[in-house]
Design a protein around this ligand. Structure first.
Ligand code: FE
Ligand code: FE
Ligand code: ZN
Length: 276
């Protein structure tokens, strides 16, 4: 089953998200577990979740990729920032169990001058504290553009984090097409080469989701600025190769392009058409 969707506002609750993505023509989606800049999450309404799960079964909506807030930095130097990351992560993973078997995606973080090794160790430490036996959610580390001191611009860095985590079978990777391009992986001219590099470094069995974005930047710019699918540096033909690639087409594709809802509906339709 090919799956395409986009970011949906969580402000109306779960059933509203399901209805929204269905109306936009998608069959998977992403949402922020709380305000992207942090803060408390809304209380879960069990009746709303039940109605949502029934709706998803009826419409075959699945492989939801929840997104942690951007401010969550598990390798921050400041103790209070790491404390926030730890508490938010743990709370989000408890909440995710209301919708069993889905994905929770996070940015590995920025080490801000502490060095990549310290960054990797700190991220793994947080994961060791928040993952729990019996959890049904898979936690996804997102591939990053390598902007500033971001961890995760190289596939090997993601692997290094995963290797240090005790319950590493709960971990996977979400590949962001804007980020990997900005990080220097040429998915336009050598998609197979990039996937081979991923396989060597991490293992393709760990690849669970794709953030499907175009980019405003040149290859290797290390900048991270998303663009609408038909615009930007990745030609539509390259996007077609991505969504039809035998390894990738089994994964949920999530648009994080700069769009309003009408724009998302149009891009979802475009991706269905590209996939054929
Ligand atoms: Fe992200
Ligand atoms: Fe992303
Ligand atoms: Zn981004």
């Amino acid at each position: 089953m090919f799956r395409i969707g986009c970011h949906i506002s969580a402000s109306g609750g779960y059933l509203a998200m399901g209805r929204r993505i269905d109306a936009l023509g998608g069959n998977t989606f992403a949402f922020f577990t709380r305000n992207p800049r942090g803060g408390a999450a809304k209380d879960i309404d069990p009746a709303d979740v039940d109605a949502f799960l029934a709706f998803c079964r009826e419409k075959d909506i699945d492989r939801i990729v929840a997104h942690a807030p951007y401010t969550l930095n598990p390798c921050a130097e400041k103790e209070n920032v790491r404390e926030f990351a730890l508490n938010t992560f743990a709370d989000d993973l408890r909440r995710m169990e209301h919708t069993p078997g889905q994905y929770y995606n996070f940015h590995p973080g920025s080490h801000v001058g502490q060095g990549i090794e310290v960054g990797i160790a700190k991220i793994a430490e947080v994961l060791d504290q928040v993952l729990f036996p019996g959890m049904t959610t898979t936690v996804l580390l997102e591939t990053m553009a390598g902007k500033g001191s971001e961890v995760g611009g190289r596939f090997e860095e993601l692997r290094a984090v995963m290797d240090r985590v005790t319950l590493s079978d709960k971990l996977g990777v979400c590949l962001d097409t804007c980020h990997v391009w900005d990080a220097g992986y040429d998915i336009v001219n050598d998609l197979d080469g990039v996937l081979t590099a991923f396989d060597k470094a991490v293992g393709l069995d760990r690849l669970k989701a794709v953030h499907l974005n175009n980019t405003k930047n040149d290859l290797g710019a290390a900048k991270d600025r998303h663009e609408k699918l038909p615009d930007g540096k990745l030609p539509l033909e390259a996007i077609r190769r991505i969504v039809t690639h035998p390894v990738l087409e089994k994964l949920p594709f999530i648009l994080e392009t700069p769009n309003d809802e009408a724009g998302y509906a149009a891009e979802i339709a475009l991706v269905w058409q590209l996939h054929g």
